[in-house]
Design a protein around this ligand. Structure first.
Ligand code: SF4
Length: 391
């Protein structure tokens, strides 16, 4: 059933829901999300990790047929797989969907199963984000178990969030403390993940998860030693990781490597081009959402020096199609991809017609220049070029 909402956008509806439910408890928020038809099809996304049992138990109390999406990265601890079976049986959950990356695709992109060592962002994209985005395509709303006390970007969580104005994300446990979690588990005598007793407070894939010390943050054992603290399934609308600790200067990536911003003029919304003064028209740059039909710019393309297309998430490839369309329409100016584009996608970006990619400083740290430069011979992978060379 499509999401029918009497609001201008999902963001507006989310703001209203947060206002209406600000004094409600977790169970009430969850019950409302699972039973109100205005939310459309709803799924719970669960890692069957250290604290997942709370939401799984609550969901089973409301509707045992709720779809539960479980991402099996093929890198999970065997204890997690066993725990998933145990909880599904104990709670009578009838629709647990174990999703995985297609084996052929996995082999093509991570032949040795070692990508997590060299590029954990790309590994999470391949094994988690992409299969999840596919699985979520049939849902209008999804439920996550994130909580504010987990810190970083999660410290400002609301009950309801808009995911790129396309889907509602519900965080029923947003306000819970570690004591609330422990007390709920005790009160209902729920089974714990076997690794909790061994010091694991947040449990993901085995190569990227370690136990944590007494004074450490619960998630300190995830990607230990890396800047990374989220796998990428919780992106914000700007395409950045919510974990960003500080405002940072963006980095421009092109075939020469990392460069500082060299565009010294304003970026305008594309709807405002006609209103620009003669002086402003001397150097015109516009920001373009990735769902724009490039054809509407046809008569204006010659006036624009730089077009910057937004990439709200790794899995959203519409920006590549838009770039191709603009080049096909005859745009010869500078074309930039901005947002969540990772080094593995640089070849695709260049082939689609982009000249450069704009990334934030945190991503630049996690994916240093060498990662991107290893893709700069993108033309060698271009089938049309190979075809021409073979003639
Ligand atoms: Fe790969 Fe580690 Fe991410 Fe799992 S958590 S998908 S192994 S990088």
């Amino acid at each position: 059933m499509p999401l029918e909402i009497p609001y201008a956008s999902i963001s507006n509806r989310v703001a209203e829901l947060n206002r209406r439910y600000r004094y409600s408890d977790a169970f009430e928020v969850l019950r409302h999300s699972l039973t109100d038809p205005n939310f459309g099809p709803v799924a719970l996304v669960s890692s069957f990790g250290a604290e997942s049992v709370v939401l799984l138990h609550m969901v089973s109390e409301i509707d045992k047929n709720t779809p539960i999406i479980f991402i099996d990265t093929r890198m999970l601890f065997p204890q997690t797989l066993a725990y998933q079976n145990e909880l599904a049986t104990t709670f009578g959950l009838s629709d647990v969907r174990q999703i995985r990356t297609d084996l052929e695709e996995l082999f093509r992109r991570d032949t040795e199963n070692l990508m997590h060592r060299s590029n954990s962002d790309a590994c999470c994209a391949l094994r988690k984000t992409e299969p999840l985005q596919n699985a979520l395509s049939e849902f209008d709303t999804w439920i996550s178990g994130r909580k504010r006390y987990q810190g970083g970007s999660r410290s400002v969580l609301d009950y309801f969030e808009s995911e790129n104005d396309q889907r509602i994300k519900v965080n029923p446990l947003a306000n819970w403390s570690p004591e609330d979690v422990a007390s709920y588990i005790d009160q209902h005598n729920l089974p714990r993940h076997p690794l909790v007793a061994k010091g694991f407070k947040s449990i993901g894939c085995f190569p990227c998860t370690t136990p944590v010390g007494i004074n450490e943050d619960d998630r300190a054992g995830r990607w230990r030693g890396e800047e990374k603290s989220e796998c990428g399934i919780h992106f914000d609308a700007s395409g950045g990781y919510r974990r960003s600790k500080t405002e940072s200067t963006n980095v421009i990536v092109n075939d020469d490597g990392f460069c500082a911003e060299d565009w010294n003029y304003a970026f305008h919304e594309f709807e405002h081009i006609d209103a620009l003064s003669a002086e402003q028209k001397e150097a015109v740059a516009i920001d373009l959402p990735n769902d724009t039909d490039g054809a509407i710019l046809l008569s204006k393309l010659h006036e624009i020096d730089l077009i910057r297309i937004g990439f709200p998430s790794i899995a959203d490839g519409r920006g590549f199609s838009l770039a191709r369309q603009l080049r096909t329409l005859g745009y010869h100016g500078r074309l930039r991809a901005k947002g969540h584009v990772i080094s593995d996608q640089y070849e695709m970006a260049r082939r689609s017609g982009f000249d450069e990619v704009e990334i934030d400083a945190n991503l630049a740290k996690r994916q240093p220049e060498a990662h991107w430069l290893s893709r700069k011979d993108w033309q060698n992978g271009d089938y049309q070029r190979r075809l021409l060379q073979s003639l």
